[in-house]
Design a protein around this ligand. Structure first.
Ligand SMILES: [Zn+2]
Length: 224
């Protein structure tokens, strides 16, 4: 072991921290004065950091499946091969039924793509794929787009060629509106709670939303 924290211990610590964080409100109420409240806030902030990985907070929720079981079209697979090694993000929107194919969507940024120039109706029941140069799982931004625009699938290919995919199994239009509202509220809450740790906000909100959607989606990591 040599001073390093093993994955098992890390997992156990993370779970314990998450349990405590479910009771932040009660915890804050125990403060007798402003000084104690400040101390409690610091502990809470620290626990958030233990509970979440800031850079890749979602991959651990994905079910690992061998890549040859990925049934997506060869059009998508070929495109993913062409972008997997890019240092910036680039994406594609595909809808065979509606004959929509929009490739090379990019602003050459390392960790985001702006899709707003594409009209809303083109996203409904479409597939979006893109690359994640840092190799992480689907981000909160990806999930927001997936739910908010009612995609059938959102995918992200890593530099190694593995693919994270989320498919909609049962999120209805009404539920997607509720979820988007909840994400917005939780983001506002997390921003107020964690003013000094913005990098943990997405991780925190993702985990909350994951609990709501885990039975309504297929989240898979297609591995080599
Ligand atoms: Zn992404």
């Amino acid at each position: 072991m040599g001073g390093e924290i093993t994955a098992t211990i890390k997992g156990a610590l993370r779970k314990s921290a998450q349990k405590v964080l479910e009771h932040t409100y009660e915890l804050k109420k125990t403060a007798k004065n402003a000084d104690e409240l400040k101390q409690i806030d610091e502990v809470i902030e620290h626990l958030y950091k233990v509970a979440e990985e800031a850079s890749d907070y979602s991959s651990r929720f994905a079910k690992k499946v061998l890549k040859n079981l990925d049934e997506v079209s060869s059009k998508i697979k070929n495109y993913e091969s062409s972008i997997q090694k890019l240092k910036y993000e680039e994406g594609m929107l595909l809808n065979n039924a509606k004959k929509i194919e929009i490739k090379k969507v990019t602003q050459k940024k390392e960790s985001s793509i702006n899709w707003v120039h594409i009209s809303d109706e083109k996203f409904v029941r479409s597939i979006i794929t893109h690359n994640h140069p840092n190799g992480s799982g689907l981000s909160l931004a990806d999930i927001k787009m997936f739910i908010g625009t009612r995609l059938s699938e959102v995918r992200a290919v890593t530099p190694e060629g593995t693919v994270y995919s989320m498919k909609n199994k049962g999120i209805s239009g009404k539920l997607s509106e509720q979820l988007i509202r909840k994400i917005k509220n939780q983001e506002d809450f997390a921003k107020a709670t964690l003013p000094n740790a913005p990098e943990y906000i997405d991780a925190f909100v993702f985990r909350l939303i994951w609990d709501d959607i885990k039975d309504l989606v297929d989240y898979v990591h297609y591995i080599n």
